[in-house]
Design a binder for this molecule. Structure first.
Ligand code: GGG
Length: 356
């Protein structure tokens, strides 16, 4: 008998509701693995985050990249605390991992989910999009600085750095993603009317890469116009690719249009598979509800399903999502979705749905 595949996962719960939703997800994934009996999975707790920062003066261990490379994948919760400036926490943890590990493709699927209500009108029902965010450079490349601090002429620069290789690999990835979907349609989002260097390079590279995908229809669109289109004509959109900042913003809009950021998943992928990929809910640490036991775990469940699929456990991923959708459709929802279930109630309901 062939031995079962076995996966080692770095669990980085982080801050706020991160530990609650990651703990919930580990219960569900371990139950899934036990009942299916087709793979083994082991989660190792890694305590990076604001508590670690207060003890060690840094958000993650100095050898954090080497540590992560020992795992097959990572499951991340959230980062951010009310008493630490957000740029310190984000750069201390998430951005200290994504860029250096070259997790250059941030994939954010968005679809109307059972139990969520599209907030605007029926036009936003039936959303089914994949947003592909460049995740390693651009506006979040960390270039820039401040001078004359505290003076009236204080100046600050935030340099968006784009490389041809960085643009080409994410556009190629986005075309491949679009190609794998029924509609085979890609929208490349830029702001190349007012930003005349990096954004124009994006347009040029997109046009060149498109030649390799004759079966994918594509168009380019300015990011401001794209916000209007996502709201007014959501059915005209399928796969969207754009820069780190543009897609950070558009993916929150997309999640809200589809019904809730509480169900939105995200995968930080190294498509070359040289480094372990990292999976996390789109939402942040949500300090207003931390410790109340009511955090919505669905975004992290969905992120874990994406992780299982990435690891090759596609059947398990499909089964996990079917169970989650059944539970949500039956009305077992946390308060952010208008329900009265707590986090553990959703976990128990999903685990009860899992069958061999
Ligand atoms: N679960 C992810 C998280 O904590 N996100 C906080 C955040 O602000 N992220 C910004 C980003 O994804 O670049």
């Amino acid at each position: 008998m062939a031995s079962q595949p076995s996966y080692r996962i770095a669990s980085i719960p982080g801050d706020g509701i991160g530990p609650e939703v990651v703990h919930a997800t580990i219960q569900v994934v371990e139950t899934l693995a036990k009942i299916l009996g087709t793979f083994q999975i082991e989660f190792t707790h890694i305590p990076w985050g604001t508590k670690y920062y207060k003890q060690h003066g840094r958000y993650a261990a100095e050898d954090c990249l080497e540590t992560l490379r020992q795992f097959d994948a990572g499951l991340f919760g959230a980062v951010g605390a009310p008493d630490v400036p957000d740029h310190l926490s984000l750069w201390g943890l998430l951005l200290a991992i994504r860029g250096p590990l070259q997790l250059f493709a941030n994939v954010r699927p968005v679809r109307t989910f059972p139990g969520t209500k599209c907030p605007l009108n029926t036009a936003t029902e039936g959303i089914d999009w994949v947003l592909v965010r460049e995740n390693s450079e651009g506006e979040y490349s960390g270039q820039g600085g401040r001078s004359h601090v505290g003076q009236p002429w204080e100046a600050a620069t935030e340099v968006a750095m784009f490389t041809r290789v960085g643009i080409e690999r994410i556009i190629r990835f986005a075309f491949e993603t679009a190609q794998s979907r029924p509609r085979r349609h890609l929208t490349v989002v830029t702001k190349s009317n007012s930003m005349r260097n990096g954004m124009v390079l994006w347009d040029e590279v997109a046009a060149a890469v498109a030649h390799d995908f004759p079966d994918v229809t594509w168009e380019k669109m300015l990011v401001d116009a794209m916000t209007v289109r996502m709201v007014a004509k959501p059915q005209s959109v399928d796969t969207i690719v754009g820069t780190n900042l543009h897609m950070d913003i558009l993916s929150d809009l997309a999640a809200a249009l589809a019904g809730s950021i509480g169900v939105a998943p995200s995968s930080n992928l190294d498509p070359t598979r040289k480094n372990p990929s990292l999976f996390e809910p789109v939402h942040g640490s949500a300090f207003d509800i931390t410790g109340k036991g009511i955090a919505n775990p669905v975004a992290t469940f969905w992120s874990a399903a994406e992780m299982l699929s990435w690891l090759g456990e596609k059947d398990a991923a499909v089964q996990l999502m079917r169970c989650v959708e059944r539970v949500c459709a039956a009305g077992t929802l946390t308060p952010d979705l208008g329900g009265s279930a707590d986090t553990q109630g959703v976990v128990d309901a999903v685990c009860a749905e899992i069958v061999k």
